[in-house]
Design a binder for this molecule. Sequence first.
Ligand SMILES: [Zn+2]
Length: 172
Amino acid sequence: MILPVLTYPYPILAQCADPVEQITPELRALAQDILETMYSKEGLGLAAPQVGVSKRLIVVDVSGPDKREDARILINPVIVSACGLIESNEGCLSVLNYRTKVQRSKQIRVQALGLDGAALEFDAEGMLAICLQHEIDHLNGLLFIDHVSRLKRSLYEQKLKKWIKSKPEKQA
Ligand SMILES: [Zn+2]
């Protein structure tokens, strides 16, 4: 099922999400819905808070948006180490009409649980590392626009205000 994606400044996007305590059939169904939603919007990643569920669950697939070969569903993901710096040009399904450069760690090591409850630990670099950092940020109530300068941020806020005024019915 394709779910509506909430957009900034929807309050749940700024909240720290709760850890997943138990992997229930409902959680598995939610994960599939989030994956399906991400594919339908041609995204590379999506986090549960973006569909209104404040739980620590993310999905990523950097083989896309046209391919769908590397889906990863991660529960309670944590970055346990990071090194190097890389600049990425980011956008977000929850931040309308905006892309900007963000500094990220170049390589990261991630621990998480899989949907089957098995502990996972892996290294990521390049686009996968960037995407994982972006999605894990969502679990901590952070958006990529929280990483940019105050000036860039206020320019975006101004644009957004005008945009909301011109299309009020589009806001979820
Ligand atoms: Zn995002």
